[in-house]
Design a protein. Structure first.
Length: 95
């Protein structure tokens, strides 16, 4: 199975991220990695306790709740993929 970085390099998902990275220095790359990880953590926290971030969670429809949970899961996965792409890019450029 290919990594998110390999897929992006081949023009697949998140490929638009790579040209942006060319203009970033090492410190900016590290900040970007941390930012994406933080975003993922925030969404995972929401998934673990949705009632803490959505008023009347129990009163919401099942369709609404499932839609929001799916959205948070997808956003967490995207943020983690982007963090791993930036990390792989950084590591490749070091060598």
């Amino acid at each position: 199975m290919k990594t998110a970085y390999e897929v992006a390099k081949e023009g697949g998902k998140h490929s638009g991220l790579l040209p942006q990275l060319e203009h970033l220095g090492p410190n900016q790359l590290e900040k970007a990695i941390q930012s994406h990880r933080k975003t993922a953590d925030e969404h995972l926290r929401k998934l673990s306790d949705p009632s803490a971030v959505v008023a009347d969670w129990g009163g919401r429809s099942e369709r609404y709740r499932q839609g929001l949970l799916s959205k948070w899961q997808a956003e967490a996965e995207n943020a983690l993929e982007q963090a791993s792409i930036i990390e792989a890019y950084r590591n490749e450029k070091r060598n």
